[in-house]
Design a protein around this ligand. Structure first.
Ligand code: NAD
Length: 493
């Protein structure tokens, strides 16, 4: 039989959540200490395993910025609160942020951007936008190659599972938070395959949420509208690179990047942080604003089910800003009442625990919980037919007609050169002499008489290219899926 003290211990252990904490570099340790002090004072039931990541680890010769044992702790605890780190320039150092998101499958990056008008100066007093950024793929796959003297490439990978997961997350988030609209930003007028898939999946999934308005904007005009009229948006979902850029823009126009936090959510693990960096010039001076990391910690408390503590912290934080107790980055003469340091700001929030803002909208997190999304179900394979091949060639000449004559020399029975492009624009047949050409040429071969192509024929083409000293640097197969061409045409074709 258990004694009373054993029962009490097991009860408290039951409610405790073990989290991993990294204090990071620059202003990281100061803002982390302030954040932990606030959430503990509010009653957060957390036990902490602290790990070392960032500059010290990099400079000790580990180019990943994190030791293997630290990964074990992160994976065991599954919840990670991370202060910003400094990534040394050059030297092959890998961004730990990108690695962590991808290793742990943290596919969804959630960044709420809220104006705190009139207490924090902003040109956009009624802004309340949540950016939901795909976090694992797109150009951040980081697959890059130099193939010719003049041309380097980066592969933009967009997957159906990646699109389905992030778009569903955005709609589920909107539903849980009582938000009215989800907007999608892509550039699918240009990238018809990659951004086209993201948009298509958005349209498919939006149909499952008839009570939430949905819309799509081309990213360029969408970004302009967001910077000019953010009140027109509610939740915005977008591929990785656009989300990286626009979430900083959105946070900055609320008044300061120092105010925004971010949640990186996966199926098993989650990481919470500020959106800003380690601000090395401000380090060790007790001046940094801990609000961004505190916002990350509030999202973490909601994620681990400590919603009452999250609510208490958030309302005290709003009250403190409303009281005009401001760090240097948001201090404005005539608006702010008192300029304080990191530690004093934390003490002011702690003194306000239990209070709610009067003019700013107080939060209620009763309905918050970690979102549970269905696992991605792989779809039935489609009918895939090889209908051509693009052979990319390194050639230092300038006249596409001359190149076409060389390349025609490798044609095989029934498979003919149909087009040459340079940086995507068609230069043969019927190119313009004004088109600037590099040394990187795409030569498209198509079977005649609409017959399928075989892999053996591609190998034969490459063998003939090799025999004729044509420098074929890579190939891309052209496929039809269920009879529909799934590759881009040449521009101008
Ligand atoms: P930064 O975000 O550190 O600083 C940009 C500007 O904002 C600076 O003027 C800084 O003083 C100010 N600032 C940032 N946070 C603040 C805060 N909490 N309070 C008050 N002022 C604040 O960006 P940077 O200077 O481009 O990058 C510095 C380092 O941070 C680099 O090594 C970069 O790689 C790293 N970084 C890390 C992360 C991360 O760990 N998540 C994110 C971005 C940048």
């Amino acid at each position: 039989m258990k004694t009373l003290s054993q029962i009490c211990v097991s009860k408290s252990v039951h409610y405790m959540t073990r989290i991993t904490v990294a204090k990071g570099d620059g202003i990281g340790p100061e803002i982390m200490d302030a954040t932990l002090e606030i959430i503990r004072a509010a009653g957060a039931q957390i036990e902490i395993d602290e790990i070392e990541v960032g500059e010290k680890v990099y400079l000790a010769g580990n180019t990943s910025g994190i030791a293997a044992e630290a990964w074990d702790i992160i994976r065991r605890n599954k919840v990670f609160l991370k202060a910003p780190i400094t990534t040394p320039q050059g030297g092959g150092y890998k961004s730990l942020n990108v690695t962590t998101r991808k290793f742990l499958g943290l596919y969804s990056n959630v960044r709420p951007c809220l104006s705190l008008h009139p207490f924090v100066s902003t040109k956009h007093p009624v802004m309340d936008v949540v950016i939901i950024r795909e976090n694992e793929e797109d150009l951040y796959a980081g697959i890059e190659h130099q193939q010719t003297d003049e041309v380097v490439q980066c592969l933009k990978l967009i997957s159906r599972p990646g699109c389905e997961k992030i778009v569903r997350y955005a709609f589920e988030y909107a539903k849980q938070q009582g938000r009215k609209k989800v907007t999608c930003f892509t550039k699918d007028n240009i990238m018809k395959q990659t951004d086209g898939l993201f948009h298509q999946v958005f349209d498919e999934i939006a149909k499952e949420y008839p009570n939430i308005e949905n819309e799509h904007w081309i990213i360029d005009i969408g970004a302009a509208k967001l910077a000019d009229t953010p009140e027109a948006f509610d939740v915005i979902v977008m591929p990785n690179l656009y989300g990286d850029v626009l979430s900083d823009v959105a946070a900055q126009i609320t008044g300061s990047v120092g105010l925004a936090g971010s949640a990186n959510i996966g199926e098993e693990c989650a990481m919470f942080e500020a959106i800003h960096g380690s601000a090395p010039r401000r380090a060790g001076q007790n001046v940094a604003n801990p609000s961004g990391l505190l916002q990350g910690a509030v999202m973490m408390l909601n994620h681990i089910g400590q919603t009452a503590v999250a609510e208490k912290v958030q309302n005290a934080w709003l009250k403190t800003l409303e009281d005009g107790i401001h760090t240097y980055d948001i201090f404005t003469e005539g608006v702010s009442k008192k300029q304080v340091g990191t530690h004093e700001f934390a003490q002011a929030v702690i003194a306000n625990l239990g209070q709610r803002p009067t003019l700013l909208k107080a939060v209620s997190y009763a309905a918050n919980a970690a979102l549970q999304l269905p696992k991605y179900q792989r779809k039935a394979q489609r009918n895939k037919e090889l209908v051509g091949v693009d052979v990319f060639v390194h050639w230092a000449g300038t006249d596409p007609n001359e190149l076409a004559q060389h390349i025609k020399g490798i044609e095989i029975d029934g498979v003919k050169l149909s087009m040459i492009t340079n940086r995507g624009i068609k230069v043969w047949p019927d190119g313009f002499k004004e088109t600037f050409c590099t040394d990187h040429w795409r030569c498209r071969f198509k079977p005649q008489d609409a017959k399928p192509l075989s892999k053996a024929q591609i190998i034969e083409l490459l063998q003939r290219a090799d025999q004729k000293n044509i420098d074929a640097i890579k190939t891309e197969n052209l496929y039809n899926f269920d009879g529909v061409a799934a590759y881009s045409l040449g521009q101008g074709q």
